[in-house]
Design a protein around this ligand. Structure first.
Ligand SMILES: NC(=O)c1ccc[n+]([C@@H]2O[C@H](COP(=O)([O-])OP(=O)(O)OC[C@H]3O[C@@H](n4cnc5c(N)ncnc54)[C@H](O)[C@@H]3O)[C@@H](O)[C@H]2O)c1
Length: 345
Protein backbone atom coordinates (compact mmCIF):
# COMPACT_ATOMS: atom_id res chain seq x y z
CA UNK A 1 0.00 0.00 0.00
CA UNK A 2 1.25 3.48 -0.85
CA UNK A 3 1.10 6.26 1.74
CA UNK A 4 -1.36 8.71 0.10
CA UNK A 5 -4.76 7.83 -1.35
CA UNK A 6 -6.04 10.39 -3.83
CA UNK A 7 -9.66 11.13 -4.78
CA UNK A 8 -10.17 12.80 -8.17
CA UNK A 9 -12.93 15.35 -8.79
CA UNK A 10 -14.04 15.35 -12.43
CA UNK A 11 -13.26 12.55 -14.83
CA UNK A 12 -12.32 14.32 -18.06
CA UNK A 13 -9.22 14.84 -20.19
CA UNK A 14 -6.89 16.34 -17.57
CA UNK A 15 -8.06 13.81 -14.94
CA UNK A 16 -6.90 10.90 -17.12
CA UNK A 17 -3.36 12.33 -17.32
CA UNK A 18 -3.40 13.09 -13.57
CA UNK A 19 -4.36 9.52 -12.61
CA UNK A 20 -1.53 8.06 -14.68
CA UNK A 21 0.99 10.54 -13.23
CA UNK A 22 -0.17 10.07 -9.61
CA UNK A 23 -0.03 6.28 -9.87
CA UNK A 24 3.56 6.55 -11.13
CA UNK A 25 4.72 8.50 -8.05
CA UNK A 26 6.40 6.56 -5.26
CA UNK A 27 3.98 7.49 -2.46
CA UNK A 28 0.51 7.93 -3.97
CA UNK A 29 -2.29 6.13 -5.75
CA UNK A 30 -5.75 7.10 -6.96
CA UNK A 31 -8.42 5.23 -5.01
CA UNK A 32 -11.54 7.32 -5.70
CA UNK A 33 -13.19 9.28 -8.50
CA UNK A 34 -16.13 11.65 -8.13
CA UNK A 35 -18.06 12.47 -11.30
CA UNK A 36 -21.54 13.69 -12.16
CA UNK A 37 -21.70 10.65 -14.45
CA UNK A 38 -22.26 7.12 -13.12
CA UNK A 39 -18.94 5.34 -13.59
CA UNK A 40 -18.01 1.69 -13.10
CA UNK A 41 -15.56 0.81 -10.26
CA UNK A 42 -14.28 -2.36 -11.94
CA UNK A 43 -13.76 -0.64 -15.29
CA UNK A 44 -11.77 2.27 -13.78
CA UNK A 45 -9.75 -0.11 -11.57
CA UNK A 46 -8.81 -2.23 -14.58
CA UNK A 47 -8.05 0.83 -16.71
CA UNK A 48 -5.85 2.70 -14.22
CA UNK A 49 -4.29 -0.16 -12.24
CA UNK A 50 -5.20 1.08 -8.72
CA UNK A 51 -8.33 0.05 -6.73
CA UNK A 52 -10.86 2.81 -7.54
CA UNK A 53 -14.24 3.45 -5.87
CA UNK A 54 -16.46 5.85 -7.80
CA UNK A 55 -18.80 8.42 -6.23
CA UNK A 56 -21.63 10.55 -7.55
CA UNK A 57 -21.86 12.44 -4.25
CA UNK A 58 -18.87 14.66 -3.42
CA UNK A 59 -19.67 14.89 0.32
CA UNK A 60 -19.55 11.09 0.56
CA UNK A 61 -16.12 10.97 -1.07
CA UNK A 62 -14.82 13.76 1.18
CA UNK A 63 -16.18 11.95 4.27
CA UNK A 64 -13.97 8.94 3.52
CA UNK A 65 -11.11 9.15 6.07
CA UNK A 66 -8.90 6.94 3.89
CA UNK A 67 -8.62 9.68 1.27
CA UNK A 68 -5.72 12.02 2.06
CA UNK A 69 -5.52 14.16 -1.07
CA UNK A 70 -8.21 15.52 -3.39
CA UNK A 71 -7.32 16.35 -7.00
CA UNK A 72 -9.66 18.88 -8.65
CA UNK A 73 -9.80 18.53 -12.45
CA UNK A 74 -13.33 19.82 -13.02
CA UNK A 75 -14.69 22.92 -14.80
CA UNK A 76 -13.06 26.14 -13.52
CA UNK A 77 -16.36 27.57 -12.22
CA UNK A 78 -16.58 24.59 -9.83
CA UNK A 79 -13.04 24.91 -8.43
CA UNK A 80 -13.74 27.34 -5.57
CA UNK A 81 -16.60 25.43 -3.94
CA UNK A 82 -14.92 22.05 -4.37
CA UNK A 83 -11.52 23.25 -3.11
CA UNK A 84 -12.99 24.96 -0.02
CA UNK A 85 -15.03 21.82 0.78
CA UNK A 86 -11.94 19.63 0.35
CA UNK A 87 -9.87 21.90 2.62
CA UNK A 88 -12.61 21.89 5.27
CA UNK A 89 -12.59 18.07 5.07
CA UNK A 90 -8.83 18.30 5.88
CA UNK A 91 -7.70 16.94 2.53
CA UNK A 92 -4.56 18.17 0.81
CA UNK A 93 -5.38 19.54 -2.65
CA UNK A 94 -4.10 19.26 -6.21
CA UNK A 95 -5.89 21.97 -8.22
CA UNK A 96 -5.96 22.39 -11.99
CA UNK A 97 -5.47 25.84 -13.48
CA UNK A 98 -7.04 28.31 -13.34
CA UNK A 99 -7.27 28.06 -9.53
CA UNK A 100 -10.61 29.86 -10.06
CA UNK A 101 -11.96 32.59 -12.33
CA UNK A 102 -11.98 35.48 -9.82
CA UNK A 103 -9.32 36.80 -7.45
CA UNK A 104 -11.72 36.61 -4.53
CA UNK A 105 -12.35 32.91 -5.14
CA UNK A 106 -8.62 32.19 -5.49
CA UNK A 107 -7.98 33.98 -2.20
CA UNK A 108 -10.80 32.03 -0.51
CA UNK A 109 -9.22 28.75 -1.67
CA UNK A 110 -5.76 29.74 -0.37
CA UNK A 111 -7.27 30.95 2.94
CA UNK A 112 -9.30 27.73 3.43
CA UNK A 113 -6.18 25.62 2.87
CA UNK A 114 -4.19 27.74 5.32
CA UNK A 115 -6.82 27.72 8.08
CA UNK A 116 -7.25 23.94 7.78
CA UNK A 117 -3.49 23.40 7.64
CA UNK A 118 -3.61 21.47 4.36
CA UNK A 119 -1.16 21.85 1.46
CA UNK A 120 -1.86 22.73 -2.16
CA UNK A 121 -0.39 22.01 -5.58
CA UNK A 122 -1.54 24.16 -8.53
CA UNK A 123 -1.18 22.63 -12.01
CA UNK A 124 1.23 25.23 -13.31
CA UNK A 125 3.23 22.20 -14.39
CA UNK A 126 5.25 24.17 -16.99
CA UNK A 127 7.45 25.23 -14.06
CA UNK A 128 8.40 21.54 -13.81
CA UNK A 129 9.10 21.14 -17.54
CA UNK A 130 12.59 20.34 -18.76
CA UNK A 131 12.53 23.60 -20.77
CA UNK A 132 11.97 25.85 -17.77
CA UNK A 133 14.04 23.80 -15.33
CA UNK A 134 17.03 24.18 -17.67
CA UNK A 135 16.27 27.84 -18.47
CA UNK A 136 16.08 28.62 -14.73
CA UNK A 137 19.40 26.82 -14.17
CA UNK A 138 21.01 28.95 -16.93
CA UNK A 139 19.76 32.08 -15.10
CA UNK A 140 20.79 30.81 -11.64
CA UNK A 141 24.29 29.97 -12.94
CA UNK A 142 24.59 33.66 -13.85
CA UNK A 143 25.08 32.96 -17.56
CA UNK A 144 22.65 35.74 -18.52
CA UNK A 145 23.69 38.11 -15.70
CA UNK A 146 20.96 40.35 -14.24
CA UNK A 147 17.77 40.07 -16.27
CA UNK A 148 16.35 43.44 -17.24
CA UNK A 149 13.87 42.23 -19.91
CA UNK A 150 11.85 39.04 -20.33
CA UNK A 151 9.01 37.87 -22.51
CA UNK A 152 7.18 34.56 -22.38
CA UNK A 153 4.21 34.16 -24.72
CA UNK A 154 1.54 31.53 -25.29
CA UNK A 155 0.39 30.88 -28.88
CA UNK A 156 -2.14 28.06 -29.12
CA UNK A 157 -5.22 28.24 -31.31
CA UNK A 158 -8.05 26.69 -29.28
CA UNK A 159 -10.78 26.13 -31.88
CA UNK A 160 -13.53 23.53 -32.43
CA UNK A 161 -10.84 20.91 -33.05
CA UNK A 162 -9.93 21.08 -29.35
CA UNK A 163 -12.01 19.29 -26.66
CA UNK A 164 -12.15 22.24 -24.25
CA UNK A 165 -13.83 24.43 -26.92
CA UNK A 166 -17.06 22.74 -25.71
CA UNK A 167 -16.91 24.78 -22.49
CA UNK A 168 -14.00 27.25 -22.58
CA UNK A 169 -15.74 29.58 -25.06
CA UNK A 170 -18.13 30.72 -22.30
CA UNK A 171 -17.01 33.53 -19.99
CA UNK A 172 -18.10 31.55 -16.91
CA UNK A 173 -15.55 28.74 -17.39
CA UNK A 174 -13.12 30.23 -19.92
CA UNK A 175 -12.72 33.60 -18.18
CA UNK A 176 -10.13 35.29 -20.41
CA UNK A 177 -7.27 34.47 -22.78
CA UNK A 178 -4.96 34.47 -19.75
CA UNK A 179 -7.19 32.43 -17.44
CA UNK A 180 -8.08 29.74 -19.95
CA UNK A 181 -4.53 28.99 -21.10
CA UNK A 182 -2.12 31.95 -21.32
CA UNK A 183 -1.62 31.82 -17.53
CA UNK A 184 1.03 29.14 -18.11
CA UNK A 185 3.23 31.63 -20.01
CA UNK A 186 2.65 34.46 -17.53
CA UNK A 187 3.48 32.11 -14.65
CA UNK A 188 6.67 30.93 -16.41
CA UNK A 189 7.71 34.55 -17.00
CA UNK A 190 7.24 35.34 -13.29
CA UNK A 191 9.35 32.30 -12.37
CA UNK A 192 12.16 33.36 -14.76
CA UNK A 193 12.23 37.04 -13.72
CA UNK A 194 12.31 36.20 -10.00
CA UNK A 195 11.19 39.66 -8.87
CA UNK A 196 7.75 40.71 -7.63
CA UNK A 197 5.55 42.67 -10.01
CA UNK A 198 4.86 46.33 -9.27
CA UNK A 199 2.26 47.04 -11.98
CA UNK A 200 0.84 45.78 -15.27
CA UNK A 201 -0.72 47.27 -18.39
CA UNK A 202 -2.75 45.03 -20.67
CA UNK A 203 -4.71 45.24 -23.92
CA UNK A 204 -6.99 42.64 -25.44
CA UNK A 205 -8.74 41.94 -28.72
CA UNK A 206 -10.04 39.01 -30.77
CA UNK A 207 -9.60 37.49 -34.22
CA UNK A 208 -12.18 38.31 -36.89
CA UNK A 209 -12.18 34.63 -37.97
CA UNK A 210 -15.57 32.87 -37.77
CA UNK A 211 -13.77 29.91 -36.20
CA UNK A 212 -13.40 31.78 -32.92
CA UNK A 213 -16.84 33.50 -32.95
CA UNK A 214 -18.30 31.37 -30.11
CA UNK A 215 -15.90 32.94 -27.60
CA UNK A 216 -17.69 35.32 -25.21
CA UNK A 217 -14.43 37.14 -24.34
CA UNK A 218 -11.32 38.55 -26.00
CA UNK A 219 -9.07 35.68 -27.02
CA UNK A 220 -5.83 37.65 -27.51
CA UNK A 221 -4.18 39.76 -24.85
CA UNK A 222 -0.78 41.30 -24.30
CA UNK A 223 0.50 42.44 -20.90
CA UNK A 224 3.45 44.69 -20.09
CA UNK A 225 4.94 44.17 -16.64
CA UNK A 226 6.97 46.48 -14.44
CA UNK A 227 8.91 44.55 -11.79
CA UNK A 228 9.87 45.89 -8.35
CA UNK A 229 13.60 45.54 -9.17
CA UNK A 230 13.19 47.80 -12.22
CA UNK A 231 13.09 45.03 -14.85
CA UNK A 232 10.36 44.97 -17.49
CA UNK A 233 8.52 42.13 -19.20
CA UNK A 234 5.81 41.11 -21.65
CA UNK A 235 3.44 38.17 -21.90
CA UNK A 236 1.04 37.53 -24.78
CA UNK A 237 -1.85 35.06 -24.46
CA UNK A 238 -3.10 34.21 -27.97
CA UNK A 239 -5.72 31.45 -28.07
CA UNK A 240 -7.18 32.51 -31.44
CA UNK A 241 -4.08 32.09 -33.63
CA UNK A 242 -3.89 29.78 -36.63
CA UNK A 243 -0.41 28.24 -36.39
CA UNK A 244 1.45 25.46 -34.57
CA UNK A 245 1.56 25.56 -30.74
CA UNK A 246 4.38 27.87 -29.66
CA UNK A 247 5.58 28.75 -26.16
CA UNK A 248 7.92 31.66 -26.88
CA UNK A 249 10.66 32.77 -24.47
CA UNK A 250 13.12 35.65 -24.83
CA UNK A 251 15.23 36.85 -21.91
CA UNK A 252 17.89 39.59 -21.94
CA UNK A 253 20.42 40.20 -19.17
CA UNK A 254 23.70 41.94 -18.40
CA UNK A 255 25.76 38.90 -19.53
CA UNK A 256 23.73 37.48 -22.39
CA UNK A 257 20.37 36.47 -23.85
CA UNK A 258 18.22 33.39 -24.24
CA UNK A 259 15.75 32.76 -27.06
CA UNK A 260 13.75 29.52 -26.60
CA UNK A 261 16.47 26.83 -26.73
CA UNK A 262 19.29 29.14 -27.87
CA UNK A 263 21.55 31.42 -25.88
CA UNK A 264 24.61 33.62 -25.88
CA UNK A 265 26.68 34.26 -22.73
CA UNK A 266 29.60 36.68 -22.33
CA UNK A 267 30.63 34.51 -19.37
CA UNK A 268 31.22 31.54 -21.67
CA UNK A 269 32.88 33.69 -24.37
CA UNK A 270 30.55 32.21 -27.02
CA UNK A 271 30.27 33.98 -30.39
CA UNK A 272 27.76 36.86 -30.02
CA UNK A 273 27.14 36.70 -33.77
CA UNK A 274 25.56 33.25 -33.54
CA UNK A 275 23.31 31.47 -31.04
CA UNK A 276 24.58 28.48 -29.04
CA UNK A 277 22.12 25.62 -28.64
CA UNK A 278 20.70 24.12 -25.44
CA UNK A 279 19.53 20.55 -25.70
CA UNK A 280 16.27 20.27 -23.72
CA UNK A 281 12.69 19.04 -24.14
CA UNK A 282 10.61 21.99 -25.28
CA UNK A 283 7.01 22.76 -24.32
CA UNK A 284 5.60 22.31 -27.79
CA UNK A 285 2.17 20.79 -27.23
CA UNK A 286 -1.08 21.46 -25.38
CA UNK A 287 -1.64 17.72 -25.04
CA UNK A 288 -1.90 16.79 -21.34
CA UNK A 289 -0.09 13.49 -21.98
CA UNK A 290 3.02 15.57 -22.82
CA UNK A 291 2.85 17.66 -19.64
CA UNK A 292 5.30 17.10 -16.74
CA UNK A 293 2.61 16.25 -14.17
CA UNK A 294 4.57 13.33 -12.78
CA UNK A 295 7.61 15.40 -11.68
CA UNK A 296 5.24 17.99 -10.23
CA UNK A 297 3.11 15.50 -8.27
CA UNK A 298 6.21 13.65 -7.06
CA UNK A 299 7.53 16.95 -5.64
CA UNK A 300 4.13 17.58 -4.01
CA UNK A 301 4.04 14.21 -2.24
CA UNK A 302 7.71 14.59 -1.22
CA UNK A 303 6.81 17.96 0.36
CA UNK A 304 3.79 16.39 2.13
CA UNK A 305 6.17 13.82 3.63
CA UNK A 306 8.06 16.72 5.18
CA UNK A 307 4.95 18.70 6.15
CA UNK A 308 6.09 21.63 3.95
CA UNK A 309 4.67 23.69 1.09
CA UNK A 310 5.88 22.26 -2.22
CA UNK A 311 8.46 24.23 -4.23
CA UNK A 312 7.40 26.36 -7.25
CA UNK A 313 3.66 25.60 -7.40
CA UNK A 314 2.25 25.83 -3.85
CA UNK A 315 -0.99 27.75 -3.21
CA UNK A 316 0.86 30.84 -1.81
CA UNK A 317 3.26 30.93 -4.80
CA UNK A 318 0.52 30.45 -7.43
CA UNK A 319 -1.74 32.99 -5.68
CA UNK A 320 0.95 35.58 -6.49
CA UNK A 321 0.81 34.62 -10.18
CA UNK A 322 -2.99 34.86 -10.18
CA UNK A 323 -2.83 38.33 -8.62
CA UNK A 324 -0.79 39.44 -11.62
CA UNK A 325 -3.18 37.68 -14.03
CA UNK A 326 -6.29 39.30 -12.51
CA UNK A 327 -4.52 42.68 -12.46
CA UNK A 328 -3.76 42.23 -16.18
CA UNK A 329 -7.38 41.36 -17.00
CA UNK A 330 -8.54 44.38 -14.98
CA UNK A 331 -6.15 46.63 -16.91
CA UNK A 332 -7.43 45.24 -20.25
CA UNK A 333 -11.02 45.89 -19.13
CA UNK A 334 -9.99 49.48 -18.35
CA UNK A 335 -8.58 49.86 -21.88
CA UNK A 336 -4.93 49.53 -20.85
CA UNK A 337 -4.91 51.66 -17.69
CA UNK A 338 -1.94 50.54 -15.52
CA UNK A 339 -2.95 48.50 -12.46
CA UNK A 340 -0.70 48.23 -9.41
CA UNK A 341 -0.66 44.86 -7.66
CA UNK A 342 -0.72 46.64 -4.29
CA UNK A 343 -3.98 48.35 -5.26
CA UNK A 344 -5.89 45.18 -6.16
CA UNK A 345 -7.71 45.36 -2.83
N1 LIG B 1 -2.64 22.35 -16.85
C1 LIG B 1 -3.01 22.16 -18.10
O1 LIG B 1 -2.23 22.33 -19.04
C2 LIG B 1 -4.41 21.75 -18.40
C3 LIG B 1 -4.71 21.02 -19.56
C4 LIG B 1 -6.04 20.59 -19.76
C5 LIG B 1 -7.01 20.95 -18.84
N2 LIG B 1 -6.69 21.69 -17.75
C6 LIG B 1 -7.69 22.09 -16.75
O2 LIG B 1 -8.33 20.93 -16.23
C7 LIG B 1 -9.68 21.20 -15.95
C8 LIG B 1 -10.55 20.21 -16.72
O3 LIG B 1 -10.30 20.36 -18.11
P1 LIG B 1 -10.42 19.11 -19.13
O4 LIG B 1 -9.68 19.47 -20.36
O5 LIG B 1 -10.09 17.84 -18.45
O6 LIG B 1 -11.96 19.17 -19.45
P2 LIG B 1 -13.00 18.04 -19.81
O7 LIG B 1 -14.03 18.68 -20.64
O8 LIG B 1 -12.36 16.81 -20.34
O9 LIG B 1 -13.61 17.74 -18.37
C9 LIG B 1 -14.17 18.84 -17.65
C10 LIG B 1 -15.26 18.36 -16.71
O10 LIG B 1 -16.28 17.76 -17.48
C11 LIG B 1 -16.60 16.51 -16.96
N3 LIG B 1 -17.03 15.68 -18.06
C12 LIG B 1 -16.30 15.32 -19.14
N4 LIG B 1 -17.05 14.56 -19.95
C13 LIG B 1 -18.28 14.47 -19.35
C14 LIG B 1 -19.49 13.83 -19.67
N5 LIG B 1 -19.60 13.08 -20.77
N6 LIG B 1 -20.53 13.96 -18.82
C15 LIG B 1 -20.44 14.68 -17.69
N7 LIG B 1 -19.31 15.31 -17.31
C16 LIG B 1 -18.25 15.20 -18.14
C17 LIG B 1 -15.34 16.02 -16.33
O11 LIG B 1 -15.56 15.04 -15.37
C18 LIG B 1 -14.82 17.31 -15.73
O12 LIG B 1 -15.45 17.58 -14.50
C19 LIG B 1 -9.91 22.67 -16.31
O13 LIG B 1 -9.72 23.48 -15.17
C20 LIG B 1 -8.81 22.94 -17.33
O14 LIG B 1 -8.44 24.31 -17.39
C21 LIG B 1 -5.41 22.09 -17.53
Amino acid sequence: MKKYNVGIIGYGWAAGAHIEAINKTTQAQVTAVFSSRKLDDAELTAKHGSPIKTYQNLDEMLANPDIHVVDIASYPSQHRDQAVKAANAKKHIILEKPMANSLQEVREIAAAAKSNDVKGCVCFECRWSNQFTVTKAVIDEGLLGDLHYGEVDYYHGIGPWYGQFRWNTGKKDGGSALLTAGCHAMDALLMMMGSEVESVTSFSTKSSSDIFKPYEYDTSSVTLLHFKNGAIGKSAAIVDCLQPYYFHTHLCGSQGSLLDDKFHSMKLHTDKGAWSKLSMKMLDSGDVSDHPYQSQFQAFFDALDEGKDMPLTSFPESLRSFEVIFAADKSAELGGKPVKISELG
